[in-house]
Design a protein. Structure first.
Length: 494
């Protein structure tokens, strides 16, 4: 994920105002408590705001924009908080109990970052806490006792300085005391973890340096957290009471030769989309993660975006057409390497040469072009959406064929929410500029409901429940990083 272009904002719920929005059937009764049955399968756009310039015009995100959200049909930019004095870019924000916490990387990203806590009414600084290098995502525990950051710890461009990847656990009521946990103790299990699909491959990197936490979710009881380790193709489990990382779950690989997993691996000829089976594996490499507790089982929902390490000092990406393929594994190698076949597909160079004879016995591409459900206790895969996201995007002419050779629709953000007693999942697809909505009341059998067009490259996906909404209606808020647009959606009435 490239956070350099992320739009960051706060939603302030103020005095409610009645506004006609021109969608009679929506019947949003702002400020009223009348019970209205919402249709979980029919969200519509009700409001929008453009914050700042387009993402491509910003070299750094050094402020937090504040939006008055009391009327979701007409959000208003009311001010901003300057974070430049605290370091480099602000990568993520979270709000709880009148306090805003911001994850801010250092000017030198390999140095420790900060979490800065502000008062949401006065914007006054309340605390400054040192955390690990490159805090990438921040969240509060449901009970408000903890602030967690996933500190990615990316190396410098030359790959000569590689900080530890870490997770910081900040105790809000204990004067913001913070232990920062690293993964070094799992180094003795490296061989076993790699055999199950974990990737540890940075040049000269220790186990702790190679791990790069991306995103965090926390159980309803605030006792357990899970962090995606995107580049490493794994999920970590963390006990919040003992403040110990207890497990790393390698995620394995997705077989694009299996039924239902067909992909379009080429952008040639451009504009021609054809989903077929191919002798390629996908590394799940999730970005966003959310947890749904059901009958004491934590179901982890992941958006399987994928990510490659591309630095001046080390680059793992290569096109299939540039690689030598094992004749036994790929008897039709000459054909496969054509640009209209697999030749343009980007894969990793650090996996697949099993017998170290300089040709590839298997091919591994980035991401899984899907969302998945995992058992949070064991790491077992329980469900994968296969190629449904891509087919739904293609059906509404939202599939970006220019990304076929890379990571397809690139599922990135994910959020869960309850609407009219139906549990929903919202999956943001960065390259399709769309959100897919699923009924996940049975987390083992998600059912597609709807696809929504968004701004350019949806990054942030936030669900606001009916009870917390200023309109007393469920809301979906989506921020897009390439155009600076924040869209607001709400379900129609049944």
């Amino acid at each position: 994920m490239n956070h350099k272009f992320t739009v960051v904002f706060i939603l302030l719920f103020g005095t409610l105002a009645c506004t006609k929005i021109g969608i009679d059937e929506l019947k949003i009764a702002l400020g009223k408590k009348d019970a209205i049955k919402e249709d979980p399968s029919n969200f519509v756009l009700i409001g929008s705001i453009k914050i700042g310039a387009t993402g491509a015009d910003n070299s750094t995100v050094n402020k937090i924009d504040v939006v008055d959200f009391s009327n979701p049909t007409a959000p208003v930019l009311t001010g901003s908080i300057n974070v430049q004095p605290y370091g480099g870019s602000v990568n993520s924000v979270a709000v709880n109990d009148g306090k805003l916490s911001a994850a801010i990387e250092a000017v030198n990203k390999q140095e420790d970052g900060k979490v800065v806590v502000f008062d949401t009414k006065t914007y006054a600084e309340l605390a400054v806490i040192n955390v690990g290098a490159l805090p990438d995502m921040i969240t509060y525990s449901p009970d408000g006792r903890f602030i967690l950051t996933a500190n990615e710890g990316e190396p410098n461009s030359a790959y000569t300085v590689d900080p530890l990847g870490t997770v910081s656990i900040i105790s809000v009521k204990n004067n913001y005391a913070v232990p920062t946990l690293n993964f070094s103790s799992f180094g003795s299990h490296e061989t076993l973890l790699k055999s199950k699909g974990l990737r540890k491959f940075g040049p000269n990197a220790s186990f702790g340096q190679d791990i790069e936490p991306e995103y965090v979710t926390i159980s309803d009881d605030s006792r357990t957290a899970w962090a995606t380790l995107q580049e490493n193709n794994a999920i970590a489990k963390i006990d919040l009471a003992s403040k110990v990382i207890t497990n790393i779950f390698p995620l394995g690989f997705k077989d694009y030769n299996q039924a239902g997993n067909a992909i379009d691996p080429s952008d040639r000829p451009l504009g021609t989309v054809a989903f077929n089976s191919w002798p390629v594996f996908g590394m799940y490499q999730p970005d966003g993660i959310a947890v749904l507790m059901d009958k004491n089982i934590p179901y982890l929902f992941t958006a399987n975006e994928g990510d490659a390490r591309e630095y001046s000092g080390f680059a793992e990406e290569a096109r299939v057409g540039s690689l030598a393929l094992d004749a036994a594994a790929f008897p039709n190698a000459v054909t496969l390497k054509n640009t209209t076949e697999l030749g343009r597909l980007n894969v990793t160079k650090i996996l697949g040469d099993f017998d170290t004879d300089s040709d590839y016995d298997a091919l591994y591409s980035f991401g899984a072009r899907s969302f998945s459900v995992w058992n949070g206790l064991t790491g077992a895969l329980l469900y994968d959406s296969k190629n449904e996201l891509e087919k739904k995007a293609e059906a509404i002419n939202a599939y970006d064929d220019e990304r076929s050779d890379n990571k397809g629709v690139e599922p990135e953000g994910i959020a869960l929410g309850m609407v009219n007693k139906m549990q929903l999942a919202f999956i943001g697809m960065e390259r399709a500029d769309a959100i897919a909505v699923y009924n996940v009341s049975n987390p083992l059998e998600p059912r597609f409901l709807q696809i929504l067009k968004t701004g350019d490259a949806p990054e942030g996906v936030l669900f606001i429940s009916e009870k917390d909404s200023p309109s007393k209606r469920s809301l979906l808020v989506v921020s897009s990083e390439n155009d600076g647009v924040v869209n607001v959606y709400s379900p129609l009435s049944l």
